[in-house]
Write a protein that binds this ligand. Structure first.
Ligand code: AMP
Length: 182
């Protein structure tokens, strides 16, 4: 896969150079985007958070809804940067109190995501955050969780959008911010 930076932004181009393509992981045919070299570069990670925080702030979210597990890395840092509440979305069975769940389809079978039933406040707009958007199923299920509790999606924030998979088509049209596109 080529890595043509669509952004002329030199900061984003520098971030993109720190994403390593790992072919055939976790299974044949998948090119895994390894973000660990970016995380290991303190200046790059800091620049990524500042840049994404600025983009999300323009949509005035009142909280950050972060998706397990790599979404927590970015969601937590963004919540701290923007001084916003952080609401974790977890794999089933991890949250200790009453939860709400959304199921979503995978290539084979289905999976589910959960939030605490009292996490979302009705009428409030949230930013949904993950490291990568691929087919969009994970982000779409998270948006469904937010909406099912009376909240709204102000925007989506990702480090990376795999735009050739057109995941954004599965979302609701709320603005999508991604620093790096393939
Ligand atoms: P999707 O539901 O297809 O949009 O997949 C998004 C989730 O899967 C995110 O939580 C990503 O961390 C992970 N993911 C999907 N594809 C990749 C990839 N090529 N490289 C790294 N992570 C990926």
């Amino acid at each position: 896969m080529t890595s043509d930076p669509i952004h002329p932004d030199p900061v984003c181009a520098r971030l993109q150079a720190l994403i390593h393509d790992v072919p055939n992981f976790p299974k044949p045919g998948i090119v895994f985007k390894d973000i660990t070299p970016l995380l290991a570069d303190a200046q790059a990670f800091s620049a990524a958070i500042e840049r994404l925080a600025g983009r999300l702030a323009a949509h005035a979210p009142a909280g950050i809804v972060a998706i397990e597990s790599r979404g927590f890395i970015f969601g937590a840092a963004l919540a701290r940067e923007l001084r916003l509440p952080l609401l974790p979305v977890r794999k089933p069975g991890k949250l200790p109190r009453k939860t709400v769940a959304a199921r979503y389809e995978l290539e084979y079978g289905s999976d589910a995501l959960e939030m605490h039933a009292d996490a979302i406040r009705a009428g409030v707009r949230y930013a949904v955050v993950d490291d990568v958007i691929a087919t969009g199923g994970t982000a779409a299920a998270t948006a469904e969780l937010v909406r099912s509790q009376g909240g709204a999606v102000a925007c989506y924030g990702f480090l990376i959008e795999l735009s050739f998979l057109d995941g954004r088509r599965r979302l609701d049209g709320a603005p999508l911010e991604a620093l790096i596109r393939y």
